[in-house]
Ligand binder design. Structure first.
Ligand code: SF4
Ligand code: SF4
Length: 360
């Protein structure tokens, strides 16, 4: 076997492994020079970190995204880079045997906990596991975990279940623990987007393993190294936004048209996520290739951003009509587009109170 094909991870070529580490180093913020550091840290893991994955109030879309990840293959991700000790969708064990495995790992206190889905606070019995509602499970297990990752916008902020009228009182895990769970200083790493992106989750986990500490989080609990920029910042259509060149109506061939989708309701200027950096579908494409961004990474996006296909109602402190006219004239009168986007960030994005994504 050629040397570049050799890897300590069976089934993953050395080249692919280093490519994966390079991607992780870039996401973590170490830059290209951080590739050897990430590779060394992952290869030197004397003991694979134990991970348990729980499904709360959710649609299983996040689990499907994780199971379809391509970098590396899910088999190697699960079997070699982490020790996934419990995943209720795919594990062979069921019933008492599965629960016994869950409790054994929890009792060890040597595990990271990934949670998909929200917590129903008004109707706790809406989601139970082995007879225990997930609110009680979150309160009981959180203190024993070495780290907790809320994976996907449901686990982070309640998402679709928390949209008006929110009959179950759905909340994100961290928000629940801090406001209703009696753990005011609970720290949960939020990995938002709908579904959650497996690379974001693995990047957060890798950050903890490589650096030995939690990443810096933004005001709504997301790692700054992943969510510090807006979709707009990394969008390949950005130059056309700046130039005032827009797709005007649906029905035009969006995928083959490089112009900006702002007038079709794109929420990219006020949405923080790395979609334009690590893409989807094995790095092949992402939403803005074919449609306006819906803002799925932001707390409360269902209520804040609908109707999805209408131009942003407010854009920072400026009425949308004003911005639209200015942009249409390609002048952006007196306003740098980036300044506008930054102003909008303050209104919709990281500075928004996390609780607004929950009960209303
Ligand atoms: Fe489903 Fe989206 Fe919630 Fe994941 S974040 S469980 S894909 S609705
Ligand atoms: Fe891209 Fe949307 Fe920003 Fe236009 S408004 S540049 S499509 S993110």
């Amino acid at each position: 076997m050629p040397e570049e094909e050799m890897s300590v991870f069976l089934g993953v070529t050395r080249r692919d492994f280093l490519k994966f580490c390079g991607g992780m180093a870039a996401l973590i913020g170490l830059g290209p020079g951080g590739t050897p550091q990430v590779a060394a840290a992952l290869e030197a893991l004397a003991k694979r970190p134990q991970v348990i994955y729980s499904s709360f109030q959710q649609c299983t879309g996040c689990a499907i995204q994780l199971l379809q990840t391509r970098t590396p293959t899910v088999a190697n991700l699960i079997l070699q880079q982490i020790s996934l000790e419990f995943q209720d969708n795919v594990m062979a064990a069921a019933g008492d045997a599965a629960e016994a495995q869950f409790e054994k790992i929890v009792e060890s206190g040597d595990f990271y906990w990934v949670i998909e889905g929200s917590i129903p606070t008004k109707i706790p019995e809406a989601t139970t596991i082995a007879g225990e509602n997930v609110a009680d499970r979150a309160k009981r297990v959180y203190p024993k975990a070495k780290g907790v990752i809320a994976y996907g916008s449901c686990a982070c902020y309640g998402n679709v279940q928390a949209s008006r009228p929110n009959p179950t009182g759905a909340m994100g895990v961290g928000e629940f623990l801090r406001t209703k769970g009696g753990i005011p200083d609970a720290k949960v790493i939020n990995i938002s987007r709908c579904p959650g992106h497996s690379e974001d989750m693995i990047a957060a986990l890798s950050y903890v393993l490589v650096t030995g500490k939690l990443p810096e989080l933004d005001a709504v609990g997301r790692p700054v190294f992943l969510y510090g920029k807006t979709i707009h910042d990394s969008c390949m259509r950005r130059g056309h936004f700046e130039a005032g060149e827009f797709v005007e109506t649906f029905g035009q061939a969006i995928a083959g048209d490089p112009r900006c989708l702002y007038k079709l309701g794109c929420k990219g200027p006020v949405t923080h996520a790395p979609c334009g950096i690590n893409y989807w579908n094995g790095h092949v494409s992402w939403c803005v290739h074919n449609a306006p961004c819906q803002g799925c990474a932001e707390p409360g996006f269902w209520d804040k951003f609908t109707p999805f296909y209408e131009q942003l109602r407010t854009f920072g402190n400026f009425p949308a009509e004003t911005i639209g006219i200015a942009l249409g004239a390609a002048t952006v009168v007196g306003l740098g587009a980036h300044a506008v986007a930054s102003a909008a960030t303050g209104r919709f994005g990281r500075h928004e109170d996390e609780t607004k994504g929950g009960e209303r």
